[in-house]
Design a binder for this molecule. Structure first.
Ligand SMILES: *Cc1c(COP(=O)(O)O)cnc(C)c1O
Length: 340
């Protein structure tokens, strides 16, 4: 039985559901893991997560396809990316197969919270890991908790997809020492001030440039950039400090294999940005959001695609990827994983 939720008015907020997946690491190994009901965690005040921010997370969605299946999109890539993040943070990797099993268990347990097909809403999954035992000298924890909670979320954009305005940031995107390419709360903690500054100046997000030279495009706080050249190529920035977006990697395949486009994954000088025909942000939350303009210290870069809606090439990419995700266009092997 579907929960009594007004799916059509859901926003992007936290709604507590009945079940979460929990697995604990102690004495060098993960326990069996399973579904639990308590949404609260009680920890010592000196837990490593509180003192040294030893924490990381992932984000993915489960949703109904037209033929009534509950599926999720490429969960193995979230598992692998989290393992990579854990390595950088001196946390134990959570095994990829166990991660995918946990995703299936927690979605199945909360199946009543998966929004019906056609509402544009989805069940958002938040896998995360924290260092739980007390440490006071600067060192990694030895005990960890891996959890996945879920929360139903509405379509990221309601009533059409309006292009957003960005501003070029003078802040570094992430914490120093090359910590950019991990999905962790510490990156987001460092981005809270820059993004609020952008909002106060009237912009939706920041465009971050590379920290060393401030001449190359990196990403925004939580999404990768995709650009369309005037002759219809897809260009997306390459950098070791960009988080490898699963949506961006999927769009690159869609562009090349489904739409026959040329794809360039390379460094993008900021000076090239004004030559592009279309600009978008990509990530799990919105899939693709069109960017209408970018403020570069008072100078406005405006993309020629209609300021009122997504440009034609991004629209084609968006529709194709959405069609694949929703089971309406045949997906590459392993992309759409059936849960039930
Ligand atoms: C999550 C995230 C993205 C988007 O990645 P997806 O896998 O497509 O959701 C991009 N940049 C940052 C910094 C992120 O944390």
């Amino acid at each position: 039985m579907s929960k009594n939720i007004d799916w059509s008015s859901l926003g992007f907020g936290y709604i507590q559901t009945d079940y979460r997946y929990v697995c604990r690491y102690k004495d060098g190994k993960w326990d069996e893991g399973g579904i639990e009901t308590d949404a609260n965690i009680t920890l010592n005040e000196c837990a490593c997560v509180f003192q040294y921010c030893q924490a990381c997370f992932e984000g993915l969605k489960a949703y109904y396809t037209k033929d009534g299946r509950i599926v999720c999109f490429r969960p193995d890539l979230n598992a692998q990316r989290m393992a990579d993040t854990c390595q950088r943070l001196e946390m134990p990797a959570f095994p990829v197969e166990k991660f995918v099993e946990a995703v299936k268990m927690v979605v199945a347990a909360n199946a009543d919270y998966v929004p019906p097909y056609g509402t544009g809403a989805a069940l958002y999954l938040r896998p995360f890991m924290i260092g739980t035992n007390p440490v006071i000298g600067v060192k990694p924890a030895t005990e960890f908790e891996f959890r996945i909670f879920v929360t139903p979320v509405g379509p990221y954009f309601r009533g059409g997809v309006k292009p957003i305005a960005l501003t070029v940031s003078d802040f570094d995107r992430a914490a120093p020492h090359g910590t950019g390419a991990i999905k962790a709360g510490l990156n987001y903690a460092m981005s809270l001030h820059p993004v609020m500054e952008a909002h106060r100046a009237g912009y939706a997000e920041n465009m971050y440039l590379d920290a060393a030279t401030r001449t190359k495009v990196e990403e925004t706080g939580g999404a990768n950039f995709i650009f369309i050249t005037k002759d219809g190529k897809l260009v997306t920035p390459k950098s070791d400090s960009i988080l490898p977006s699963i949506t961006r990697r999927s769009i690159m395949v869609v562009a090349e294999k489904y739409l026959g486009m040329e794809v360039e994954h390379r460094e993008v000088p900021f000076t090239e940005v004004e030559t592009f025909a279309e600009c978008g942000l990509c990530g799990t939350a919105a899939v693709i959001s069109p960017v209408g303009s970018i403020n570069d210290h008072g100078r406005e870069i405006v993309f020629p695609s209609d300021k009122e809606e997504m440009g034609p090439v991004l629209t084609r990419l968006y529709n194709t990827l959405r069609g694949i995700q929703m089971g309406e266009i045949e997906a590459p092997e392993g992309w759409v994983v059936t849960i039930q």
